[in-house]
Design a protein around this ligand. Structure first.
Ligand SMILES: Nc1ncnc2c1ncn2[C@@H]1O[C@H](COP(=O)(O)OP(=O)(O)O)[C@@H](O)[C@H]1O
Ligand SMILES: [Mg+2]
Length: 479
């Protein structure tokens, strides 16, 4: 996958952040500038309608009393009423002839009314509506005048109200001002925050790239207590672990090649000597070839151990089964018998039955073999090796103890490290490579167990392995 430059990643993060924020602000501003205006306008509309309808009702019922609606009688009645709030009031008879009109400019008394609202009222409807044009509320109301169940005329009311409109306009202006200030402040804050945020993300992204290119010493300066700081701390500890792993890997490769190089060099030297000496006697030659064979065996053992380690490292694919550790231990001891005899070391074993674990037979065999082999190899002629196997609670415990040379305190923390040997000469003479204990350690860990070492008071060493016991299958299997 092609890598994007760090800058462009964080820029796009910032852009997304800014766009989302701006949309949010825009939506909020639109809402703030429309909803309150619409709501207060609707409020004015309904209060206007109610008030005009009431006034029209009063007029219509006052005018239903005189038998005859005439241009003389109507003004008399109307003078009794309070018409101050209304811009225009018209009263007509049943033929839409205007009997009364408060228009200051060209009142239409005597003429036929041309307003559609009046015709609808004469048809028996009550008409009422209000409009707002941004400058004023204009409300119109028309109502029939009824007398004895018959429509005898109509009243028409018109109100032009600019003061309420003023009020709404001033609210609108204020809201606009407020939202402008708030939006500006929010945008400025957003830029400051997103800048700070993306700067830190950029730093993290850069650090990741630097480390991925191999500089495991790079660390992010961490301050504060937020999620990004936590990410920084995690990143730093991840980098430290990467560094450790990388160092281990390098050391392992160089140790392993060194380990393979030494016997190979001996083999070459020995075979060169055979090839270059013209008259080598048969006995010398046999000695040389025997040495070559020993070195080749050492090579084989080392490569086998390396293979075991790599199998443990890729652990999960190992086959596991229910194992009787007593049987595995007995098999191992049989194989070690010749070595014990050769070095004059005696082996005693106390193995309980019912020591079952769920694991890989080959690896657990190696654990027991390496511990027992060490106990024999690093022992003294006439010494003993004791092997105990028992269950303790839900654990199977294997103890391997010897009366041997012991391990110096300062070496104890290192003995499970790959290729570590306390006495390199002794180990090499005994065909060791310093891998046995690390294989045992890793294999035990892979099985969810623990391995430990302690000094025996009487001299010698004791290794203790604890493995989770395998539950007995139904019906119990004891042999
Ligand atoms: N039972 C023991 N007594 C004394 N020293 C031991 C014992 N087991 C292991 N060691 C020391 O620990 C080192 C590492 O052991 P191991 O990994 O098995 O490597 P090696 O191939 O040398 O046996 C050995 O070289 C030896 O110095
Ligand atoms: Mg060993």
């Amino acid at each position: 996958m092609k890598k994007l430059p760090v800058k462009s990643i964080t820029n796009s993060v910032q852009l997304k952040f800014a766009v989302t924020f701006l949309i949010l602000i825009a939506v909020l501003t639109v809402f703030l500038n429309t909803y309150p205006t619409i709501a207060s306008r609707d409020l004015v509309f309904s209060s206007k309608k109610v008030s005009l309808q009431n006034q029209a009702g009063v007029m219509s019922s006052s005018l239903s009393a005189p038998e005859d609606l005439t241009s003389d009688t109507v003004p008399e009645v109307m003078d009794q009423l309070d018409l101050r709030s209304l811009t225009r009031v018209i009263v007509t008879d049943e033929n839409a002839k205007i009997l009364y009109d408060t228009a200051q400019f060209d009142p239409g008394v005597g003429r036929t009314a041309m307003l559609s609202e009046i015709y609808r009222a004469l048809n028996g409807d009550i008409v009422c509506y209000s409009v707002y044009d941004g400058n004023a509320f204009m409300t119109r109301e028309a109502m029939p005048i009824r007398s004895g169940g018959v429509t005898v005329g109509a009243v028409y009311l018109y109100e032009y109200d600019a003061s309420q409109a003023e009020l709404i306009k001033s609210i609108q202006t204020k809201l606009r001002g407020v939202s402008l200030v708030v939006s500006a402040a929010a945008i400025i804050l957003m830029f400051i925050f997103s800048r700070a945020l993306t700067l830190r993300i950029t730093e993290l992204a850069k650090a990741t790239r630097i480390v991925s290119e191999g500089d495991y010493d790079h660390r992010i300066p961490v301050s504060g207590h937020d999620e990004l700081s936590e990410l920084g701390i995690e990143f730093n500890s991840l980098t430290s672990r990467l560094k450790e792993t990388e160092e281990l890997r390098r050391r392992f490769v160089s140790d392993a090649s060194h380990e393979l190089k030494t016997p190979l060099a001996s083999i070459r030297l020995l075979s060169d000597s055979i090839v270059n000496s013209e008259n080598m006697d048969v006995d010398t030659m046999r000695d040389f070839v025997t040495d070559i064979e020993t070195e080749a065996e050492r090579l084989q053992r080392t490569t086998e151990k390396l293979l075991s380690l790599s199998r443990i490292d890729s652990g999960t694919s190992l086959t596991r089964e229910r194992l009787d550790l007593k049987k595995v231990t007995e098999k191992t001891l049989k194989l070690l018998h010749p070595l014990a005899k050769e070095t004059h070391v005696s082996i005693t074993a106390a193995l309980s039955k019912d020591c079952f674990v769920y694991g890989n037979e080959d690896l657990l065999y190696r654990v027991i073999f390496n511990l027992a082999e060490n106990a024999i190899k690093y022992n003294m002629p006439g010494g003993t090796v004791r092997i105990l196997l028992k269950t303790e609670g839900d654990e199977v415990v294997l103890t391997v103890e010897d009366t041997g040379i012991g391990i110096p305190d300062e070496d104890v923390p290192h003995i499970f490290t790959r290729f570590y040997r306390v006495d390199k000469a002794r180990s090499t003479d005994a065909g060791g490579s310093g891998l046995g204990l690390s294989i045992a350690h890793d294999a035990v860990k892979l099985h969810g167990g623990e391995i430990g070492v302690e000094k025996r008071e009487e001299g010698g060493t004791r290794f203790i392995v604890r493995l989770p016991a395998c539950a007995k299958p139904e019906g119990g299997e004891t042999k």
